[in-house]
Structures are given as C-alpha cells and as structure tokens.
Design a protein. Structure first.
Length: 249
C-alpha cells in the first residue's frame, strides 16, 4: 500500500512540475515557435505523465499545461491573461486535447497491465496442469499452488492444512469474495480480515484440506486474481483426488 501511495504522490508531483518545466524550456523560442506547436509539445508532456501516472495525475497535468502555456507562451507574458483570440482557442484546445489523450494513455496502460496479468495467470494455471500431467505427486502440486498463491495474492505467507475444518475462519469463496460465516450472521470483506483466511481444497466433491492465507493488511487483490487463486486450489484438489488420498467428508 505504501508503494502505491508513493507512486501516486510522485505522479501528482510530475503532473505539476513536468508541464511547468517544459513551458519554461520553451520560453527562449516563444517568438519563433507558433502557439500551436508549443501546445503540441506540452501535450507530449501530458501524455508522458499520464502514461506512468494515474487518471488524476493526467487531469492535473492537462490543467497545468494549459496554465503554464498561458503564463509563459502567450502575450502578455508572465501574466495569466491572453489577449489574442487565437491563443485563447489554442489554450482551450490544449486543455481539451490534454484531458482526452491523458485518459487514453491511462486506459492503454491499464489494458497493458491486464494483458500482462492474464498472461501470468495462464502461466500459473498451466504450470499446475503440467505437474499433474507429468505424474508428479499431489504434494508437489500442493506446494506449487502454495507458492503461486503467495505471489498472486501478495501474501506474507501461506501453508496447507490437510483434512480439518476447525477454527471458523474467513473464507475465500468460489466467486472470489471473502466471507465469514457464523450462525445467524454472514460478513463480507472488502479488505483482508485480520489473521488467516482459508481457501478450501475440494476434489471430486470431497474436501481434502485448505490453504491458510496470511495476507498483508489492506484491500483485497483484484477479483480476477482471487478467481485464479480459487482455480489453482481446485487444481490442487483434483490432483489430490486423482491420487486417491483419504477423503474428508
């Protein structure tokens, strides 16, 4: 979580500073550089910030670019006033285009992350299937899944416990939600609950054990990651069932 906060703060700082520095660098050339070309250079700065920052950072960068375009690159210089009607139109277009391209850059970055994440998920699932196909022991499959869960869910730790339902722990369910079932009360979590969370392992309709997840406090991972974790646990259950280990009702 602290890493995300540092990244967001750095992105906002860049959103404020980058257009300012670019506009300042253009000052020596402002008499030879048309307002449109200056605005295009500032749009590049906005896209650069949005490509590595957040949606808010992109908006701030677009606003910053429009402000410093007015202050440094339009007459009267060093005043937040524009007297030329064409420059007013250019400033407005800079703001609008900056907002649009920054949002497109953020969306493209998120799509790229999704593609990378999906590829990693497929690698995890294929790895588990390959172990089973190669005739590896169910313990090897369980250990592989345990390691994958740590990385996938960003856990501090994870262990597998055979054949017990003791404890009444919060549970990562098939639908990807985390729930705690108590008599007369069901609680759903948006953040990781304190202590351990169980992920049950079932194969052939029989319960074999559970992964006990030890999370880092904070929000739950993305739903897609949680669903992949459930699929990995199901593969471990299938391996245990195929091996014919003693079943727990």
């Amino acid at each position: 979580m602290s890493g995300y906060r540092i990244h967001d703060a750095a992105a906002l700082l860049a959103a404020l500073a980058a257009p300012f520095l670019v506009a300042l660098a253009l000052v020596p050339f402002r008499t030879d550089l048309s307002a449109v070309n200056a605005a295009l250079v500032l749009v590049v700065a906005v896209v650069a910030v949005a490509a590595v920052g957040t949606r808010i950072a992109g908006v701030v960068a677009a606003l910053s670019a429009a402000v410093w375009f007015d202050f440094f690159l339009t007459e009267p210089y060093r005043r937040f006033t524009i007297t030329d009607r064409e420059d007013v139109g250019t400033a407005v277009l800079l703001l609008v285009v900056g907002l649009l391209v920054s949002q497109l850059a953020v969306r493209a970055r998120r799509l790229r992350r999704t593609v990378i994440s999906d590829a990693a998920h497929m690698t995890s699932l294929r790895g588990t299937a390959r172990l089973a196909e190669d005739g590896r022991s169910p313990e090897a499959v369980v250990e592989y899944v345990r390691r994958e869960l740590v990385g996938l869910l960003g856990l501090r730790g994870c262990r597998f416990e055979y054949g017990t339902l003791m404890g009444g722990l919060p549970r990562l369910e098939h639908g990807g939600g985390v729930w705690l079932h108590r008599p007369g009360r069901v609680t759903e979590y948006a953040d990781w609950p304190d202590g351990e969370t169980e992920l049950r392992v079932v194969g052939g309709g029989h319960y074999y054990g559970r992964f006990l997840l030890v999370p880092v406090p904070g929000p739950l991972p993305p739903e897609q990651d949680r669903l992949v974790a459930v699929a990995l646990a199901a593969q471990a259950g299938s391996a245990l069932d195929t091996a014919g280990l003693s079943r727990q009702a």
